[in-house]
Ligand binder design. Structure first.
Ligand code: NAP
Length: 355
């Protein structure tokens, strides 16, 4: 049971990010002092939306320049904090050098932040933004689970530098976090493990892979069709709320799988077409697995045959019972997240309707 003093400042690493935007908004609306650790504290495209939120709230924000790979760079930002939200980690699927671009910032960055927590006496709890990617590598892993559903008990054991490197980076980072947390007793670790996060952003210029995933439905990338590939989806506002409750609920503990809906890519296309009609080149059909296996890697080098075999036409199922029971979370309908996200992309000109 960890009681957090609500008058102490709260650290959010990667405060400029997509998920962090809603978490910072929630903290500010409750009057907290937020220590925002970001790479570019002077760049208005990264922090302007946070300034605006702080102006309209009872809370306040202070910026600290920090980089995951610079040892000691979170020291000042963590001073006097009892609660640390460690959200910063690169989330991108198309990388040329997975070790440099994903694995090192995720794993060494987590070590950097959590070892800093060992050195700052005020820290009582660290909430780490992990991922369902630390639970599974491919949809085919569902068949190996005890009850045909992904849960907090399960760990990703089949990603590697060459196969699903983002998932590998999140697995290594979360394992590192538990190793450091278990070696001491002053602070406890709670991890939030979301599936694919969707929904409007506080910073429409944020770079999360979530944007690319939905944008490609409207920018012509999927104009020939979409694979039926299972995913869990969850709204960004619900994920932020889970973080907040995981931070301030004394009895919160362990991992929280956070996924509102068991679904697939094809359903996203169906929702978009039903809501926005034929104004955008939404995928007109479901692409057969054999075709993707044959030609997929020629069009997209990241769509390897191994990924096609282990994910296409296979469902995803996640158990969000623990988050509901311990944290009282309710999940928004998938349609709301998808439609509001896409509408925001139209509003900022990220996708354009046909003339
Ligand atoms: P995002 O908008 O790209 O946020 C990532 C944050 O990490 C940004 O603030 C980024 O800073 C920061 N960052 C990256 N490399 C850094 C470095 N070397 N030093 C310091 N900061 C660095 O993506 P997001 O979706 O909100 O992701 C936030 C967290 O959620 C990540 O841990 C991600 O793995 C996890 N997650 C995301 C999803 C999803 O579907 N979106 C699902 C599950 C888990 P800059 O703004 O300076 O680039």
């Amino acid at each position: 049971m960890t009681e957090i003093d609500t008058s102490a400042p709260v650290l959010v690493t990667g405060a400029s990010g997509y998920i962090a935007g809603w978490l910072v908004a929630r903290l500010l609306s409750e009057g907290h002092t937020v220590h925002a650790a970001v790479r570019s504290p002077d760049d208005p495209t990264k922090v302007g939306h946070l300034d605006e939120m702080a102006r309209d709230s009872s809370g306040s924000i202070r910026y600290f320049g920090a980089d995951l790979l610079r040892p000691g760079s979170y020291a000042e930002a963590m001073q006097d904090c009892e609660l640390v939200f460690h959200t910063a980690s690169p989330f991108m699927s198309k990388v040329e050098d997975p070790i440099k671009q994903l694995i090192e910032p995720a794993q060494l960055g987590t070590r950097n932040v959590l070892e800093q927590a060992n050195g700052v006496a005020s820290v009582r709890r660290v909430v780490l933004t992990s991922s369902c990617a630390a639970i599974y590598s491919d949809n085919s892993n569902l068949a190996e689970t005890p009850n045909g559903v992904f849960t907090e008990e399960i760990w990703n054991t089949s990603s590697s530098v060459d196969h699903q490197p983002y998932s590998y980076s999140k697995t290594l980072a979360e394992r590192e976090a538990w190793r450091i947390a278990d070696a001491q007793e002053r602070w406890d670790l709670v991890t939030v493990n979301p599936s694919i996060v969707l929904g409007p952003s506080k910073n429409p210029r944020a770079s999360s892979e979530s944007f690319n995933m939905v944008k490609q439905f409207g920018d012509g990338t999927l104009k020939t069709g979409v694979p039926r590939m299972g995913f869990g989806f969850v709204d960004v506002r619900d994920v932020a709320e889970v973080h907040y409750r995981a931070g301030f609920t004394p009895a919160a503990s362990g991992r929280y799988l956070v996924s509102g809906h068991d679904s697939d890519l094809a359903e996203i296309g169906v929702i978009l077409r039903a809501s926005f009609g034929d104004r955008f080149p939404f995928p007109p059909r479901i692409l057969p697995k054999w075709l993707l296996w044959l030609v997929g890697p020629m069009f997209n080098k990241w769509l390897t045959r191994k990924i096609v075999s282990r994910n296409v036409d296979l469902p995803w199922r996640g158990d969000h019972g623990k988050a509901k029971r311990d944290l009282g979370i309710e999940f928004r309908p998938l349609k709301e997240s998808v439609v509001e996200f896409f509408q925001q992309m139209i509003d900022i000109g990220a996708v354009k309707a046909r003339a």
